[in-house]
Design a binder for this molecule. Structure first.
Ligand code: SAM
Length: 390
């Protein structure tokens, strides 16, 4: 019999999660259990967020990278047409656009580069985005003093989230001092052996964990996540991933299906393991498995922010919308200026690379109403888990 109510957060063990993933992925009656999992995830989302979806505009400001992650299309050794870094002013223009379109949060993402020049650039960009959007915010308020801020708007201007990879603690501290509020760094897999199999020996799992702990300690809201469907990955690994998020106390989760990119070592590993399968069907299965992982994260972690990631849409036109009914509550429209988009291809079939930010915005609004959700405009959309921690 059922011993829990809609909206209840469940304290599942790693064994229970693995069993649930197994039962839903294989065998008889899996559809019924799958639907029950998804429905419960939606009830927990509804309890904490209602129909609200938060937006984070992403700017992929540079594809220059000194790391060699075995799966990634912008890894150092991937032969590419062109490496770019957006001038600071262009990033700030995108930030102003995002603020005016009530995005609340701007996420700055790039390849990894640990140089004094890059640090100076990052600090400068973060400070400028903050200054300019705070100024815009104050102007708006002066012009329209009656306009009430939503009760859960967190701060002035835009919230700034960084996704720029591993750095020493001191540099995280500098970025925090410059005004960055959040940091996203996926653990990629909570299993150190699996992690080692998809990264070069110099890139250590332990250092990722160290980064996440430092970031949290420094007062960032932290986001992490994994890729689903990696070669060598088991359902036990995935169950362990959700435990990892819980033990870390992550505020935000971003999970996406692993998608092959030609010319990368992990694509060859994938080919050896899955090459005999019907690729389209297999990728649809991985999409469903990713949404199952989102649902598991929602029912076990409760009030964290969970992103419906771009990679879901690369597999299916409505992949992200489906995810929003299965535990996710965050959408991340890409705001990168069109001329740079084709150079930030992490994997094959990355969507929207010819679109403008305006087009993305319109498209997403329509998509949200399709799944009976609505944009919560003008708020940072802090995860309630973070507010609880303060
Ligand atoms: N360099 C930063 C980092 O690694 O945190 C930020 C940029 S990195 C390109 C962002 C994320 O893209 C990674 O965390 C990884 O999970 C995802 N990614 C890279 N290659 C991918 C692929 N082939 N399929 C799916 N996701 C991929």
């Amino acid at each position: 019999g059922t011993t829990f109510q809609p909206g209840d957060v469940l304290d599942l063990s790693v064994d229970q999660m693995e069993a649930l993933l197994k039962a839903t992925s294989t065998g008889e009656g899996s559809k019924v259990l799958d639907n029950a999992l998804f429905a419960h995830a939606e009830s927990v989302s509804d309890r904490f967020f209602g129909k609200d979806v938060y937006y984070r505009g992403i700017v992929e400001f540079s594809n220059v990278c000194e790391n060699d992650c075995g799966y990634c299309g912008i890894r150092k050794h991937q032969r590419r047409a062109r490496r770019y870094t957006m001038p600071r002013e262009e990033v700030v223009e995108v930030a102003e656009w995002a603020f005016k379109h009530r995005m609340g949060t701007l996420m700055l993402q790039s390849g990894e580069l640990n140089t004094p020049q890059r640090m100076a650039y990052l600090e400068d960009v973060v400070k400028s985005v903050k200054e300019r959007t705070i100024a815009l915010d104050l102007e708006e308020r002066a012009e329209n003093p009656e306009a009430r801020r939503p009760a859960d708007a967190t701060g002035l201007g835009l919230c700034v989230a960084l996704s720029v990879g591993e750095l020493p603690r001191e540099q995280f501290a500098q970025l925090r001092a410059a005004g960055a509020d959040r940091y996203l760094l996926r653990i990629e897999s909570s299993n150190p052996e699996l992690y080692a199999s998809i990264h070069p020996p110099a890139q250590k799992w332990e250092n990722r964990v160290r980064c996440l702990r430092d970031l949290k300690d420094l007062g960032f809201m932290i986001g992490t996540g994994v890729m689903v469907g990696l070669p060598g990955q088991t359902l036990r690994d995935l169950a362990g991933d959700v435990m990892f998020f819980r033990d870390l106390g992550a505020d935000m989760i971003g999970m996406g299906p692993y998608i092959t990119e030609a010319g990368t070592p992990v694509a060859d590993m994938w080919e050896a393991e899955f090459g005999h399968l019907d690729k389209k069907k297999h990728m649809m299965d991985m999409l469903t498995l990713t949404t199952r992982m989102n649902a598991l994260a929602r029912v076990t972690l409760g009030n964290v922010n969970i992103a419906a990631t771009t990679a879901l849409q690369a597999i299916d036109a409505v992949g992200r919308e489906v995810a929003l009914r299965r535990g996710a509550n965050v959408l991340m429209p890409i705001l990168t200026p069109t001329k740079y988009r084709e150079h930030y291809t992490l994997y094959e079939g990355k969507p929207c690379i010819t679109d403008t930010a305006e087009e993305c915005q319109k498209c997403l609004n329509a998509r949200l109403s399709m799944v009976d959700k609505r944009l919560k405009p003008g708020v940072w959309g802090d995860p309630p888990s973070y507010r609880d921690r303060l």
